[in-house]
Ligand binder design. Structure first.
Ligand code: UD1
Length: 420
């Protein structure tokens, strides 16, 4: 298993480009199953999860042509198998996103039940309940979710019991081909939902209200092809901003958006960062100063994102002052704090809150990543620690960060991959 070797203590300085959003790319790739015509998707990040979603489409017989810039042209009318097998689903929970579009377009979908994962039980009950409300028959059989519908799905009013990003996406994708109007109440408002809705509309769907709590979908009989570019990755953007802030550095991130990062930027300013914004860039300057501790509480968008929680925990570990970090979206998502304490951090867990007393210096240690964002936080801890930190199990990081060591090297970090 590959590892990352980081020699800490260097301030991050320089410019890098932000990649396309992983969490937009995955549902948008699944949405290509809704059309018989060719759909071209651009600005896909080069990541394991994206490769897995493409492999999933291919293994079902979907025709996928990849160009040299990782733009992909997808034709779902070649599909042969309506089954997402366990071997692929077990490596990526987001595989569940093929359920809604495959059911709506082909009248049947079999998707292996995604298991639990390192950040809690993460059920998919709300995805299934929403599809049932649209008229699907769902049975769980031998570890597979088997969904069928006789004819077209039927529009319905669906009140989501809790805000779920994937659940909103699955139901929205199914509803675009349903007969009649679907209204999703208490829908997720994440920018990735908006990106997916805009791609669906570019394919001829009639989705409105995306970005608010109420999404309305007027079903159409079929969708056509389109050429769509996924939006920049707000979590990758936030991760590099926090890494720069933690090291007292000065960076400019290009090809990104600041309007979808407000909750994060406010907290970085509270930590002492000077932030300058352009149309498609964000600049952060810490003027060499140690960050001030900032307390955060995660919640669905537009509040502070759970996917940025671990990175802020790392920054707070070396910040000036005491902070609290409360995780309300997932269970068991403060795991990285134990590894940080092995590096000399002073973090105590009380329920779903981490109380962090900032220390001036972390010490290097061999550490192990337990999930994607936890790995990013350990890399940040390594960047600020004294000595050489080895981060193990970085296959997690390759699921969500394109060329992380190259990008950090471009910012002056002393980091390299140790192949197995
Ligand atoms: C997506 C993101 C992930 C992010 C999360 C929250 C992708 C590929 N992943 O994950 O990076 O951390 O949103 O912003 O976009 N829940 C249920 N029943 C359901 C569905 C969800 O109880 O049927 C619960 C989950 O266990 C969790 C909460 O709802 O506690 C939010 O999960 P959800 O928004 O669905 O996250 P994902 O879509 O899996």
């Amino acid at each position: 298993m590959d590892k990352l070797l980081i020699s800490g203590g260097t301030q991050l300085n320089g410019e890098i480009r932000i990649s396309g959003s992983k969490n937009s790319a995955l549902p948008i790739l699944a949405a290509t199953l809704l059309s018989d015509e060719a759909v071209t998707i651009r600005n896909l990040p080069h990541l394991h999860d994206v490769t897995t979603m493409i492999a999933l489409l291919r293994c079902m017989g979907v025709d996928v042509i990849i160009d040299e810039q990782l733009g992909v042209e997808i034709r779902a009318n070649t599909i042969e198998e309506l089954t997402a097998p366990y071997e692929l689903v077990k490596t990526m929970r987001a595989s569940i996103l093929v359920l809604g579009p495959m059911l709506a377009h082909f009248g049947e979908a079999n998707v292996s039940f995604p298991g639990g994962c390192a950040i809690g039980s993460r059920p998919v009950d709300l995805h299934l309940r929403g599809l049932e409300a649209l008229g699907a028959t769902i049975v769980v059989d031998e570890g597979y979710i088997r969904a069928t519908v006789d004819g077209r799905l039927k529009g319905a009013n669906i009140l989501m019991e809790m805000v779920t990003v994937g659940g909103t996406e699955n139901i929205m994708m199914a509803a675009v081909l349903a007969d009649g109007r679907t209204v999703i109440e208490n829908a997720a408002r994440e920018p990735e939902i908006v990106d997916l809705a805009e791609c669906l509309n570019a394919m001829g769907a009639k989705v409105s209200g995306h970005g608010t709590q109420t999404i309305t979908i007027d079903g159409v009989v079929s969708l056509h092809g389109c050429d769509y570019s996924v939006m920049p990755d707000r979590i990758e953007t936030g991760t590099y901003l926090v890494a720069a802030a933690a090291t007292g550095g000065h960076v400019k991130l290009k090809d990104t958006r600041h309007d979808i990062l407000e909750a994060v930027l406010v907290k970085l300013e509270e930590a002492g960062a000077i932030i300058t914004l352009g149309d498609d860039w964000i600049e952060l300057d810490m003027k060499g100063e140690r960050p001030k501790a900032v307390s955060i509480k995660t919640a669905p968008y537009p509040a502070f994102p759970t996917d940025m929680q671990a990175q802020f925990t790392a920054m707070n570990a070396i910040a000036d002052g005491t902070s609290s970090v409360t995780e309300t979206v997932f269970e068991n998502r403060l795991n990285q704090t134990q590894e940080m304490n092995r590096m000399g951090a002073n973090i105590v867990i009380e329920g779903n809150t981490a109380i962090i007393v900032g220390t001036e210096q972390l010490q290097s240690a061999p550490v192990m990543a337990s999930d994607l964002r936890a790995s990013a936080s350990l890399v940040i801890a390594g960047l600020v620690a004294e000595g050489d930190t080895i981060v193990d199990r970085i296959y997690h990081i390759d699921r969500g960060y394109e060329c992380i060591e190259e990008k950090l090297q471009m910012l002056g970090a002393n980091i390299r991959r140790l192949p197995n």
